[in-house]
Write a protein that binds this ligand. Structure first.
Ligand code: XCC
Ligand code: SF4
Length: 654
């Protein structure tokens, strides 16, 4: 009995768990209400000390085998697998799962695109035919004299190869800088089709198959590249063509976007089609009238996580918070329905939703949750599902019985910096292009470019790493590109506004003021990390910054990562040539051969490499040191010194 009581850990103050005041307020309320959230479960959960270092294998039932974390080479598995094989296989399977998640999403979007092109779905259209044409040209498809429908169907056929290719290269390899693609061919890591790569990865990691960590890692690179330059890129590009390519839009972020006297509907997940249809349903006069008849002022549609980030970028739909806040927002009592589709939907939501009498509705055949209501979303008749959800939400509003507490915070920011818009923003419509960006990097005003992306994780204080890292980067003249939950962390902090230039170093601030852009650019959801890849390719092609992605003064980071998708993203950035640093923890034992390969060996092969630290300031300076190393290699390090000298002179004079 006594023993049991000892085990229960005391919960820290909520303010230690999150930097987001709204989430803190709701964690406290949840505790008062006796409701469990991931934040408190994480305090009580002691991660498996062997699993956290990836030193266990359960790939067959002779095991599971556990190796010694402190002395990793002292033991092998029953089959003889070494620590390097076991860690490389575990890592590889994370890459495979992450790639599968994005690619499956991308394939759904591709199938939707085909049906829209054929005219079989009335609810969606080709909103951006210009992008359709530009993309077709990039892929060497004929566009002269072709109708939009003909172009779309030809594009569908071509892009299907992204999944079905068994031999040959992914269609989007045409976008990769030639030297980077050459490197992939030389190293034999050129991706074929995503289905092939994921399947082969699972087959290689079966017991007794691929047992050389270097060869397994090649397959990790191939698979991850099929995500970044394949499945994810299709999701981004075709969503743009069907739903509109984002351009800067003002959007409100944080829990204060909920409105007590409105019917509040949250959509949380990753696929934009559910959300797009929900937008139509909530604006249908029939439902607006119905809501008003039940005493509401109207219907308030709000997003969370990645599909939320896409809708914010495309339509300025308010965003209530990232992955760390999805349970917390239900604690407000003000959510009349939460509709979810796929990925990062915590099962814990069902319990919280039940406590606050909020309908939690799953909509995708891939994602049912025990205890949730399932209303399946069919793309040919999308409004059937979304109308029913709206009806449920209105009914819940009419019978609200619980006290409501909505945190008041809201930040307004500018979101939706697509690759295309950056092109236009920097060059104007006559001189569109990346030349001004490259020039500002070459002349040293902008020191380099950083992608700061990824999840939040209850192992670290929510948002705190993202915020500290990004602030340090911009202070040092590094332009920051953001996606996913990380973008929401900084949006809540108020950094996605042009006025945030005041926190930037003098060079970056000057560029931001001239162009009228924030020093932190929000690009969208996690599949939209491909916008960073495309921008990087364009920087190489524009010239003056080397001839492959690895030459660029650029780096990436996911300081609060948690998902397998994050590992797949990390590996495709590394394989594309980017130094990529993760925080929280790295699921590999240091001073092993596999660790050396990821953190050093890959760079020696001409690719990028992995990095790790839990300190965000150190992380920033690891990225900056890398950027400076690349500047020196390009011979543009002196230019920056001159610019800074100019600036301090000017300040002395001024
Ligand atoms: Fe999921 Fe995409 Fe991670 Fe956020 S950042 S926790 S993967 S929702 Ni993509
Ligand atoms: Fe153990 Fe080898 Fe089976 Fe893994 S594959 S569980 S190391 S015997």
């Amino acid at each position: 009995m006594e023993k049991k009581e000892k085990k229960k850990k005391e919960l820290p103050p909520a303010s230690e768990l999150s930097s987001c005041d709204s989430t803190v307020q709701m964690i406290e309320k949840a505790r008062r209400d006796g409701v469990s959230t991931a934040w408190d479960r994480a305090v009580e959960m002691k991660p498996c000390p062997i699993g956290v270092e990836s030193a266990c294998c359960k790939n067959c039932f002779m095991g599971p085998c556990r190796l010694n974390v402190r002395d990793p080479y002292s033991k092998v598995g029953i089959c003889g697998a070494t620590i390097d094989t076991i860690m490389a296989r575990n890592f590889a399977r994370m890459v495979a799962t992450g790639t599968a998640a994005h690619s499956d999403h991308g394939l759904c979007i591709l199938e939707l695109f085909r049906e829209v092109a054929k005219g079989n779905i009335a609810d969606y259209t080709i909103k951006d035919p210009m992008k359709l044409e530009a993309l077709s040209k990039e892929l060497d498809l004929a566009t002269e004299g072709k109708s939009v429908q003909e172009m779309a169907l030809a594009l569908y056929d071509e892009l299907l190869k992204t999944y079905t290719n068994i031999n040959g290269e992914l269609p989007f390899v045409k976008r990769v800088p030639e030297k980077t693609a050459e490197q992939w061919r030389k190293l034999d890591i050129m991706p074929r089709g995503a289905m092939k790569e994921v399947m082969e990865m699972m087959s290689r990691t079966h017991i007794g198959c691929d047992q050389h960590y270097e060869n397994i890692t090649k397959q990790s690179s191939r698979t991850a590249l099929a995500d970044g330059w394949g499945g994810s890129m299709i999701a981004t590009e075709l969503s743009d063509i069907m739903f509109g390519t984002p351009s800067p839009t003002h959007a409100e972020v944080n829990m204060g976007v909920l409105k007590e006297d409105y019917v509040n509907i949250i959509v949380h997940g990753h696929e934009p089609n559910l959300f797009e249809s929900m937008l139509l349903s909530v604006n249908d006069p029939f439902y607006v009238v119905m809501a008003k008849e039940r005493g509401a002022k109207g219907i308030n549609l709000v997003g969370m996580c990645c599909s939320g980030a896409e809708m914010m970028s495309r339509h300025g739909i308010p965003h209530a918070g990232n992955f760390g806040s999805t349970e917390a927002i239900l604690v407000t009592g003000a959510v009349d329905a939460m509709a979810v589709d796929i990925q990062c939907i915590k099962q814990g939501l069902t319990k919280v939703a039940e406590c606050y009498d909020t309908p939690l509705i799953t909509t995708n055949p891939r994602c049912h949750i025990e205890g949730a209501t399932h209303i399946e979303f069919h793309e040919h008749t999308p409004s059937e599902c979304t109308d029913e959800i709206v009806t449920k939400a209105i009914a819940r509003f009419a019978t609200r019985s619980m006290p409501i507490e909505i945190p008041k915070k809201v930040s307004t920011g500018v979101h939706g910096f697509s690759y295309e818009y950056i092109n236009y923003m920097l060059g104007g419509s006559f001189r569109g292009g990346y030349t001004p960006l490259n020039e500002n990097i070459i002349n040293g005003r902008i020191r380099g470019v950083a992608g700061v992306v990824g999840c939040v994780n209850p192992k670290v204080k929510q948002d705190s790493m993202h915020i500290a890292l990004v602030k340090e980067l911009i202070k040092n003249d590094v332009l920051v590109l953001q996606t996913g939950c990380s973008q929401i962390s900084l949006a809540k902090e108020g950094l996605l506004v042009p006025e945030a230039a005041q926190f930037a170093g003098p060079g970056l601030a000057e560029v931001c003021e001239t162009v009228g852009m924030p020093p932190v650019l929000g690009l969208g959801s996690c599949v939209d990390n491909t916008r960073i890849l495309i921008a990087a390719s364009e920087m190489v092609k524009t010239g003056g910054l080397g001839d492959c992605i690895a030459d660029l003064p650029a780096a990436g980071a996911a300081p609060e990562w948690m998902s397998e998708k994050a590992i797949a993203i990390g590996q495709y950035f590394v394989a594309s040539g980017v130094y990529t640093i993760f925080g929280v923890g790295f699921p590999i034992i240091k001073d092993t051969k596999f660790h050396d390969l990821l953190f050093d060996g890959l760079e020696k092969q001409g690719l990028g490499k992995w990095g790790f630290t839990i300190d965000p300031i150190e992380m920033a300076h690891m990225m900056i040191a890398h950027i400076d190393k690349k500047r020196a290699a390009l011979g543009i390090d002196k230019a920056r010194e001159r610019v800074l000298l100019d600036m301090s002179d000017r300040r002395v004079i001024g």
